[in-house]
Design a protein around this ligand. Sequence first.
Ligand code: AP5
Length: 210
Amino acid sequence: MQLIFLGPPGAGKGTMATRVAEDHDIPHISTGDIFRYNINNQTELGLQVKSILDSGELVPDDLTIDLVRDRLSQEDCANGFILDGFPRTIAQAEALQSFSNILCVLNFSIPDEIIVKRLSGRRVHKTSGRTYHVLHNPPKVPGKDDVTGEELIVRSDDQVDSIRKRLAVYYEQTAPLKEFYRNKGMLHEIDATPSPEEVYESMKKILKDA
Ligand code: AP5
């Protein structure tokens, strides 16, 4: 099973990808998580991309494409994978076609006003990337990760200015991918507005027939 999760920031791609990856025992590959891991560990890549992520702009295509090409060539991707947050530009989508055979793209749709509420209530466990929401998916103990008990943080790009920038970048550079994949007959629409449980159930139906 090879899947792409497409959609604006905060649509719930990461939340659903975690569950589907567990169900099918395939890796959940989030380019955002890879960049943040490198930033947290102050690697050369992390130092290169930190200010880009904080500003809400996109990391350059060539760098991102090389990273994903390399990741997909690893052994754990042999039986499938979920790409979350890649591709984000037409250039990335075209490059991906040259090194994968993905046929199924799930597009998460959600109005902007809900996105802002979801992102401003998001809390993250920095080391694992586990994600919560203060209202919709709260941790057992407020402010603490369920597994380790460590403090949860607010992502540095979940400030209102950065959220607005990410949305603008999404409409300009990523939204055209819907047409790109629709024209190839690969696009499946998901209404990402309902509760996580309802979104998960509609995804399962699509994946059963995909
Ligand atoms: P990335 O990490 O990919 O961020 P994003 O696309 O903006 O997506 P998010 O992680 O913000 O949202 P999500 O849809 O995963 O939502 P989540 O499940 O967390 O990218 C970050 C940055 O990295 C980019 O800005 C860019 O700079 C760079 N980058 C990454 N990929 C790149 C690429 N390919 N090319 C170039 N640059 C790239 O859910 C959000 C919140 O809502 C959570 O609190 C969650 O608990 C809650 N929630 C989820 N589902 C529901 C629901 N159904 N109901 C209520 N609440 C819900």
